[in-house]
Design a protein around this ligand. Structure first.
Ligand code: C2O
Ligand code: CU
Ligand code: CU
Length: 489
């Protein structure tokens, strides 16, 4: 009953280069998908939920039968899944057991700037960092990863990344698969390359960073997932530094996109393909048939992701890479149909915008400037809406990520966004030449002297300086110089 794998391009096909010596054999799914454990937490008398994370080194069996030196939180690779409810106050003790500074950024989270975990909140080796805040945003699949100035790509590539799930009354009540690790499956998708002795190959990056020939899902190559229910929800994170995936199933079956970066869509979108650039998340629900295997993979991008032929090939947009085999049991437990209405999304009204800003992405710069830790680019006022227009002026792929807020895509070249860009987003793919207009609303006055970042989330580009900083100020406040070069408390 298995879907014939002969038609499959297999695990390791990059069109321009031969498979790496250590890569999993083509078309072989040999190990069960590991599920990142839910992080332990303890709630104190005041109701604050405490977590502990330690960033450290280790070794992992990323490829079957091989040992690879990796980095992880509370383990040798990746990190536990943090889970908290809207309204809850969370507190972290984060220890750095690495021999170099790192940081922990809460990607997608509305968090006071001094606890945002960006390049100003470096954690020195041996030091502890203790951020705390109250979660106040819709239920969503967020993630956490290091953001040290200039070395984010390396830290994430070596394995420092984890999911942060926010629950709320809406996500609790909704009839979607929600049994973690059973029919609600986290997928951290990354691409890696290995040397002949099984080490992570960090040499020879392209202009979008290192492109791997092997997809590593939740820390292993060649993973399969035993499925026991008719419907399965996949919470997919593109945790790669430079690779964009065009998600599809091996038989091109339809799936439902139910949530994007910042939470549920207003209604499910029926899709067969979904482009997911670095840092973006997608929650999809897919129906399986008893005993019939199907492979989640990345296929050549429709429209080459807006790139010309050369760039599409050079930057991996024409590759086929297997991500995960779903292996349903013969008899499946029934699932409830995906509801036709998911969550209300209050639209931000562009007519109320008080500022418009343009962002031109070109040649490792935004608006012709590289990241400078001591330069604040602008400062929105709290409780106002702004419109930002993002344009990729290169013929390379870029995307655009904003800290602190979830935004809405108003239009792309004047046309309404496609279904997968109608919900809350914090990262959006920017094809060459297109003008993407975003609406953003800045809420809650927090730290007048500590900036948030905006940047391309292709991590090499971020590291090379395709990043800028903004302060969120209270009404009437003017931009005050920040304490240069100091770490925030
Ligand atoms: Cu996911 Cu500024 O980062
Ligand atoms: Cu972020
Ligand atoms: Cu970029």
């Amino acid at each position: 009953a298995a879907v014939p794998l002969a038609a499959s391009a297999g695990c390791v096909v990059a069109q321009s280069s031969p498979p790496a010596p250590g890569a999993a054999p083509s078309g072989k799914f040999t190990r069960t998908l590991p599920i990142p454990p839910l992080a332990d937490s303890a709630v104190d008398a005041a109701g604050t939920r405490h977590f502990a994370l330690t960033a450290g080194t280790g070794s992992s069996e990323v490829l079957a039968g091989r040992t690879t030196a990796t980095w992880g939180f509370n383990g040798s690779m990746l990190g536990p899944t943090i889970r908290a409810r809207r309204g809850e106050t969370v507190a972290f003790a984060i220890d750095n057991a690495l021999s170099e500074p790192t940081s922990v950024h809460w990607h997608g989270m509305h968090v006071p700037a001094r606890y945002d975990g960006g390049p100003h909140q470096a954690i020195e080796p041996g030091a502890r960092w203790e951020p705390t805040w109250t979660v106040n945003q819709p239920g969503a699949t967020l993630w956490y990863h290091p953001h040290p100035h200039g070395s984010t790509e390396k830290h994430v590539y070596r394995g420092l990344a984890g999911l942060f799930l926010v629950d709320d009354d809406v996500t609790d009540a909704i009839d979607l698969p929600k049994d973690y690790g059973v029919d609600d499956i986290p997928l951290i998708v990354q691409d890696k390359r290995f040397t002949s002795d099984g080490a992570l190959d960090e040499s020879d990056p392209t202009d979008v960073g290192l492109l791997g020939d092997t997809v590593v899902t939740n820390g292993i190559a060649g993973a399969y997932l035993p499925v026991t229910t008719e419907l399965v929800r996949l919470r997919i994170l593109n945790g790669s530094g430079g690779r964009t995936y065009n998600l599809a199933f091996s038989d091109d079956r339809e799936f439902r996109l139910v949530a994007t970066d910042g939470g549920l869509l207003s209604a499910p979108a029926a899709l067969r393909r979904l482009l997911l650039s670095p840092g973006e998340r997608a929650e999809i629900v897919v129906a399986v048939r008893g005993g019939s295997d199907v492979v989640l993979r990345s296929v050549p991008a429709d429209d080459r992701g807006g790139l010309d032929r050369t760039a599409a090939t050079q930057f991996g947009f024409t590759d086929t890479l297997d991500i995960l085999e779903l292996r349903p049991e013969r008899t499946l437990a029934p699932s409830t149909a995906v509801p036709s209405v998911l969550a209300p999304i209050a639209r931000l009204d562009p007519a109320t915008a008080v500022a418009e800003r343009d962002f031109e992405l070109q040649w490792f710069m935004i608006n012709g400037a590289q990241m400078d830790m001591n330069r604040i680019d602008f400062s929105p006022t709290v409780d106002t809406t702004e419109i930002w227009t993002v344009r990729n002026a290169d013929n390379w792929p870029h995307n655009f990520h904003v800290h602190d807020v979830q935004f809405q895509v108003l239009d792309i070249d004047g046309s309404p966004p496609p279904a997968h860009l109608t919900g809350w987003k914090d990262t959006v793919y920017a094809p060459p030449g297109r003008r993407i207009r975003l609406a953003l609303r800045f809420t809650e006055y927090t730290d007048p002297a500590v900036p948030y970042m905006f940047h391309c989330h292709l991590l090499l580009h971020e590291d090379q300086g395709m990043m800028g900083q903004f302060l969120v100020l209270e009404p009437g406040a003017s931009l005050r110089p920040m304490r240069m070069g100091t770490s925030a408390p």
